[in-house]
Design a protein around this ligand. Structure first.
Ligand SMILES: *Cc1c(COP(=O)(O)O)cnc(C)c1O
Length: 497
């Protein structure tokens, strides 16, 4: 019988992973990736394709038979790459950079290699324990108090993004208060942020069931440098308490998304602690700078808050996605999010001797992401990570100097990290509507060249351009070239008028 003869019908056995085949294809893929990084500057940084461009280029359905990797790679080059906005381009100055490194890439390969689904300790003790070690290492680097570390009374966990860090802490805070006041009072819970708090906070609040009218967005003003005023917070909280509502949670930001404003943690914690409000610090971008002693003061007062999140995928070379969350009181997280179904139970689950990270996050399965951070921390060491931050800050200062040297432009917000907010304003005193139109046109002109990608924001009604330095491959010459391009755009626009 054919089916009993091991040589008769190879094709009937599906082999999705063959180590030797993997070695061959892996070499090709690594070559492709290294080539991409090498020639990335040649692509337009902001893609020029139109919506729906890809559907017309690809077949209607998946192939019936297998296709070789060479063919697939060719299609990636011809069809996929042209539709990419190149976040790793040295000419990418939009949003905040998403920084990367060889070390993190190798860590990611390992993470993928093991494909561990480490929901609890036993599901891969190394995955849980390395994450605990790395979170303590990073906490040490940031000089966080022991109360946030496993070596103290707290602990850290890697979430996917800030949104989840906000969501899980919000739910922990919520359940803790509902335990006291009863679930009937859900609609009395009030949460606070400034109008500069990241928009994902509102989303997290809605997911957590906070009544939308109870989400306070306190206006930041230009005199506080776009940070949240503790006096205003006190007024708003006081009014809520007087109205019989229950203050629950404050999201303070170290490095806001629009302008990198820093909320004053100590003074805000004074107010919050008085009312028993859970304080979370969102330091998604700015937090990474705090590994340098000269920036650490932005976290002053951190000992007074309940939780802190920071996304190394933004500014600590780590690839998406990696949001580090530290909490002072892990038991509140576990109480709110813990599950203990029979099919996941082992003799150690639920015991105090192990951490089951599934109880610290939204999902059950989780990747072995700490490998990435571990490789970054070990491969570069603290000194190189600090000089990475400093070099970005230096380039931003340089850009700020260039803007200041041209009287047609003005700086719009204090630049603390590696973001410069500015605008073209050649005829001081002309209407703000005119200035806004001018800057919108300038941005469109710059981005349509494909040579630089920048974005904008509106703060307190004022439209401004954002120049975020820090893409991993950016060097001084790219910053200079970008500035020349911006000036050329201004020349073209102003000559046109
Ligand atoms: C970028 C950013 C976020 C969103 O962060 P992710 O971790 O990338 O989801 C949240 N808050 C601030 C202040 C940010 O700058």
């Amino acid at each position: 019988m054919g089916s009993l003869d091991p040589n008769s019908d190879h094709s009937s056995q599906f082999k999705p992973l063959d180590p030797e085949e993997f070695r061959k294809q892996g070499h090709q893929m690594v070559d492709f990736i290294a080539d991409y990084y090498q020639k990335i500057e040649k692509y337009p940084v902001l893609t020029q394709v139109e919506p729906g461009y890809l559907r017309t280029r690809l077949p209607e359905s998946a192939p019936y038979g297998p296709e070789p990797i060479e063919t697939i790679l060719k299609d990636i080059e011809n069809d996929i790459v042209p539709g990419m906005t190149h976040w790793l381009s040295p000419n990418f100055f939009a949003f905040f950079p998403a920084t990367v490194s060889t070390a993190a890439f190798l860590g990611e390969m390992l993470c993928t290699c093991f494909n561990s689904v480490g929901f609890n300790w036993l599901a891969s003790p190394a995955a849980t324990e390395l994450e605990m070690v790395v979170m303590d290492w990073l906490a040490n680097l940031l000089k966080l108090p022991k109360t946030f570390m496993f070596s103290g009374s707290g602990g850290g966990v890697i979430q996917n993004t800030t949104s989840e860090s906000l969501l899980v802490t919000l739910i922990a805070a919520r359940d803790h208060v509902l335990d006291r006041i009863g679930t009937d009072n859900m609609c009395k819970l009030v949460v606070y942020g400034s109008d500069q708090t990241h928009s994902t906070f509102t989303k997290a609040c809605k997911i957590a069931g906070i009544c939308p009218p109870n989400i306070r967005s306190i206006p930041a003003t230009i005199d506080t440098g776009f940070s949240l005023s503790p006096a205003l917070l006190r007024k708003v909280v006081g009014a809520d308490v007087a109205a019989g509502l229950v203050p629950l949670y404050l999201c303070a930001t170290v490095g806001t998304t629009s302008t990198t404003a820093v909320d004053p943690l100590t003074a805000l914690a004074d107010v919050a602690n008085e009312y028993g409000i859970w304080v979370h610090v969102d330091a998604a971008y700015g937090g990474s700078a705090c590994i340098c002693p000269e920036f650490r003061h932005y976290l002053n007062g951190i000992e007074r808050v309940n939780s802190l999140s920071l996304s190394p995928h933004k500014w600590l070379l780590s690839y998406l996605d990696c949001s580090c969350l530290w909490v002072k009181n892990p038991s509140r997280l576990v109480k709110a999010l813990g599950t203990n179904p029979e099919y996941l139970r082992s003799k150690l689950s639920g015991s105090d001797s192990v951490v089951d990270y599934k109880d610290w996050q939204v999902g059950t399965g989780r990747r072995f992401k700490s490998l990435r951070l571990w490789l970054v921390l070990r491969s570069y060491g603290v000194t190189n990570l600090q000089s990475h931050i400093r070099s970005d800050v230096r380039m931003a200062k340089m850009f700020e100097g260039l803007v200041k040297s041209d009287p047609r432009f003005e700086i719009m917000a204090p630049s603390r990290f590696a973001l410069v907010c500015f605008r073209l304003n050649p005829y001081l005193g002309s209407g703000s509507c005119y200035t806004e139109t001018l800057n919108r046109k300038l941005l469109e002109w710059i981005n349509s060249t494909g040579r630089v990608y920048m974005t904008h924001t509106v703060v307190c009604g004022v439209y401004m351009l954002r120049f975020a330095v820090g893409a991993t491959l950016t060097e001084e010459r790219h910053v200079f070239a970008a500035w020349k391009l911006i000036q050329a755009g201004a020349d073209a626009l102003l000559n046109d008028i």
